[in-house]
Design a protein around this ligand. Structure first.
Ligand code: PXP
Length: 241
């Protein structure tokens, strides 16, 4: 079943712009869940540019649905995540200068490290592992052999294309990847760059979608519509009532 996981990072961005204690990401998370979101995602970055350590604790104690801890697999983040015990950890590449996550993990570069250092403690603590990947069959096969529970397909390229031919190509890549992930027994998640315009197109063409992670466009729209109505509009598209 499809679920909407709202990424509340940019509620913290607004808070941090003035150094006051508001708006509180945990309050936003509560509104999203009450409006029908299946859970909440946050990305604790090494530079703490939005979500901070005390947000993580608050979210852990207040979120009632799925809590998805998005992070780079540094020792520092792993310690915090293992202490937090979220339902799901989504591992992403993280560049210091990037405005947002710029692409999926390159599995050939991280596979050995993930196998020995990263996966075992998460598995021992019962935390499901999702890997943020481009729709690339080779990466998906490597993720499967490591024992990943889920793959979050990077939808950013699809979201950014400007002509129909490129869009068709990207949708086809995502469709093939989703089928591969599903056939391999892993959960198909998706996220990045999704909004009210491109989400219906994605859902129409890509099968087996489970958790859809949406942040920037949703939080931006909520300035005009309020969070509750905005979440409802996304749920309508996803046919979740
Ligand atoms: N999924 C991952 C792995 C991400 O890094 C992000 C951005 O933080 C998102 C989903 C949400 O992307 P957006 O903010 O563009 O909706």
């Amino acid at each position: 079943m499809m679920r909407l996981l709202v990424n509340i990072d940019h509620v913290a961005t607004i808070r941090n712009a003035r150094g006051e204690g508001y708006p509180d990401p945990a309050d936003a998370a509560k509104v999203c869940e009450e409006a029908g979101a299946g859970g909440i995602v946050f990305h604790l970055r090494g530079d703490r540019r939005h979500i901070r350590d005390d947000d993580v604790q608050k979210l852990k104690s207040s979120v009632t649905g799925i809590l998805d801890f998005e992070m780079a697999a540094s020792d520092e983040m792993m310690d915090i995540c293992l202490e937090t015990k979220p339902d799901l950890v989504t591992l992403v590449p993280e560049g210091r200068e990037e405005l947002t996550t710029e692409g999926g993990l390159q599995m050939s570069a991280v596979s050995d490290d993930f196998k020995t250092r990263v996966f075992p403690p998460f598995k021992e603590n019962g935390i499901d592992i999702s890997l943020f990947l481009d729709p690339n069959p080779k990466d998906i096969e490597m993720a499967k052999s490591l024992g990943a529970d889920a793959i979050e397909l990077h939808t950013g390229t699809f979201a950014n294309v400007t002509n129909p031919e490129d869009q068709r190509r990207e949708l086809q890549r995502l469709k093939i990847a989703a089928e591969l992930i599903h056939d391999a027994g892993m959960t198909v998640n998706a996220g990045h760059g999704l909004n009210l315009q491109n989400l219906p197109v994605l859902i129409e063409h890509v099968p087996h979608l489970a958790d859809i992670s949406i942040g920037h466009a949703l939080i931006s729209k909520s300035i005009f519509w309020g969070l509750e109505k905005t979440v409802h509009e996304y749920l309508k598209i996803m046919k979740i009532h």
